[in-house]
Design a protein around this ligand. Sequence first.
Ligand SMILES: *[C@@H]1O[C@H](CO)[C@@H](O)[C@H](O)[C@H]1NC(C)=O
Ligand SMILES: *[C@@H]1O[C@H](CO)[C@@H](O)[C@H](O)[C@H]1NC(C)=O
Ligand SMILES: *[C@@H]1O[C@H](CO)[C@@H](O)[C@H](O)[C@H]1NC(C)=O
Ligand SMILES: *[C@@H]1O[C@H](CO)[C@@H](O)[C@H](O)[C@H]1NC(C)=O
Ligand SMILES: *[C@@H]1O[C@H](CO)[C@@H](O)[C@H](O)[C@H]1NC(C)=O
Ligand SMILES: *[C@@H]1O[C@H](CO)[C@@H](O)[C@H](O)[C@H]1NC(C)=O
Ligand SMILES: *[C@@H]1O[C@H](CO)[C@@H](O)[C@H](O)[C@H]1NC(C)=O
Length: 408
Amino acid sequence: MALGFIAFLILTASFFPFMSRAGAYSVAPAASPSSPTGPLVPVPSCARSPDPAPVPPPSSAVKAGYWPSWNNSTSPPSSINLSYFTHIYYAFAELDNTSFELVITPSDADILADFTATLHAHQPPVKAMLSIGGGGGGGDTFASMATNCSTRSAFIKSTIAVAREYNLDGLDLDWEFPANPEKMASLGDLYMEWRDAIAREAAETGRPSLLLTSAVYFASHFFLPGDTPRSYPADKMAVSLDWINAMCYDYHGSWDTSETGAPAALYDPKSNVSTSYGLTSWVEAGIPPKKVVMGLPLYGRTWKLKDPADHGIGAPAVGLGPGDDGVLVYSAVVDFNSENNATQVNDEVTVSAYSYSGTSWIGYDDPWSVTGKIEFAEGHGLGRYFFWAIGYDKDWSISSRAWVAWRS
Ligand SMILES: *[C@@H]1O[C@H](CO)[C@@H](O)[C@H](O)[C@H]1NC(C)=O
Ligand SMILES: *[C@@H]1O[C@H](CO)[C@@H](O)[C@H](O)[C@H]1NC(C)=O
Ligand SMILES: *[C@@H]1O[C@H](CO)[C@@H](O)[C@H](O)[C@H]1NC(C)=O
Ligand SMILES: *[C@@H]1O[C@H](CO)[C@@H](O)[C@H](O)[C@H]1NC(C)=O
Ligand SMILES: *[C@@H]1O[C@H](CO)[C@@H](O)[C@H](O)[C@H]1NC(C)=O
Ligand SMILES: *[C@@H]1O[C@H](CO)[C@@H](O)[C@H](O)[C@H]1NC(C)=O
Ligand SMILES: *[C@@H]1O[C@H](CO)[C@@H](O)[C@H](O)[C@H]1NC(C)=O
């Protein structure tokens, strides 16, 4: 097969020395109809540079949030109070399952243009990031892409082209989750080649380097009963990523209706499924502390109590409580509490909030628990925090508290 369209243009666009150093591309996947047609970028190489310099930790604050682009019509970028964020992630773009190139739909294209323009118009400007993947699936496609150098290369090349075309400041991978040690190894190769391509592109074009981050499991390794034991390629992540977004939430939820649980406990006296354990595990695995960014959920999870008089954390439950599949965004939690005169508790043991009214029970984070988590993360010298998701807060009450709570 002949060189692909983009590779051909690059050959004619003075990147030949780069190409010849990188080695010939005998195979390049055909461009899909939806593939980017943006500015030309150097083609990443399978034979990457041997010793990439480690990317330094972020030099300025990371107070970030993911913005669900599917909520655009009700919560557009113009509705975000940008004073409370340094980086906002557009959630999500996907990759084509055949070409493995990033797909930007016509709707994404419209919304992305508004997203970056709105973030950059703010003073100070907010960095616009594009997150790829998400919790909605795509794991098999990532796995197929990541296993093969040639498809990794097609993917990487397309992401850089999209980032430049839409004036983004960086890229984020949210692969939930590499299912076994082999896939974790492929992920490590992907991160290293991606960083190499990003560094080369910045050097070739003279533009500021794109940021590269990744949303990851709350801990550096999978250890729950039934999980295939496996660890992230932390050594490669430490070198290649600007930071990681540890998803420190969903510890308890609709998959276990037998008892209530703190969905994002900072501490758990009975298990390692906690934010303190997860964040510490990342540092112990070798990620520089300043590159470990803590995830904070702006939503709660609900249960139906077996006995309204037994309403602690770990109380017997018989099903889910209010919300869609037992999930209420924080603004809905606040509304529920006031409409139902719910009793609200700040639990010192787990550093989490819960409320109950009748048989309805909700575990969530509130400004108090978020402040406690920030004190923990700050005390451990970690990078800062991100939220899932922008638009779920109640009148920016948690976002604004977090913004001032992190003092260092
Ligand atoms: C955002 O999307 C979610 C579905 O993911 C929906 O439940 C929620 O109501 C939406 N929120 C807003 C503010 O539109
Ligand atoms: C995104 O939301 C804005 C504001 O409501 C609207 O003007 C725009 O048409 C929306 N874009 C898409 C692609 O839905
Ligand atoms: C956003 O938050 C800042 C800081 O609290 C505040 O001064 C500003 O009025 C808010 N902007 C809007 C549009 O609400
Ligand atoms: C690829 O995606 C298309 C469209 O979503 C779907 O019909 C097809 O089954 C997928 N193929 C594979 C191999 O997953
Ligand atoms: C890698 O992917 C390319 C392009 O899809 C394919 O031609 C090649 O056979 C794959 N190599 C392996 C080892 O699977
Ligand atoms: C938590 O993990 C540590 C090792 O990281 C292990 O020694 C300990 O037994 C674990 N605790 C529980 C309750 O599983
Ligand atoms: C609300 O609950 C408190 C106890 O938590 C109770 O004293 C009060 O009477 C309740 N108010 C209403 C309007 O039900």
